[in-house]
Design a protein around this ligand. Sequence first.
Ligand SMILES: Nc1ncnc2c1ncn2[C@@H]1O[C@H](COP(=O)(O)OP(=O)(O)O)[C@@H](O)[C@H]1O
Ligand SMILES: [Mg+2]
Length: 115
Amino acid sequence: MKVFAVVNQKGGVGKTTTSVNLAACLAAMRRRVLLIDLDAQGNATMGCGVNKAALTESVYDVLILNHDLQDVMVDGAGGLKVVGANADLTGAEIDLLDLPVPKSTYWTLKTGSTD
Ligand SMILES: Nc1ncnc2c1ncn2[C@@H]1O[C@H](COP(=O)(O)OP(=O)(O)O)[C@@H](O)[C@H]1O
Ligand SMILES: [Mg+2]
């Protein structure tokens, strides 16, 4: 399994466009693709043909309520699977402050190393 993270603090630099098109191209090449939208704007979700307003569960439920990705993912266009995001994610940063973060996770986030 390969994981691609498209991340930049600056808006309008092409993160969503890159993510949606990369996912669509890989799916067209018959790779199994899961796109996880981590932006409360939900533009990547909509770009994959999934209505963010109609999501019953979203990436918020995965991050905060520990729901399984498999239970949250829905079918997107072109054979993609999508874990969608919407405005629910706006409160996640605040909710995350109250959750205990395992030391190993913190270390990986801080250093990029699992050693
Ligand atoms: N490679 C590109 N060339 C030209 N315009 C682009 C390119 N990638 C994205 N854009 C345009 O830039 C704008 C911002 O892109 P977007 O993917 O929404 O950025 P972000 O997700 O980083 O906020 C959009 O109007 C998009 O169509
Ligand atoms: Mg975006």
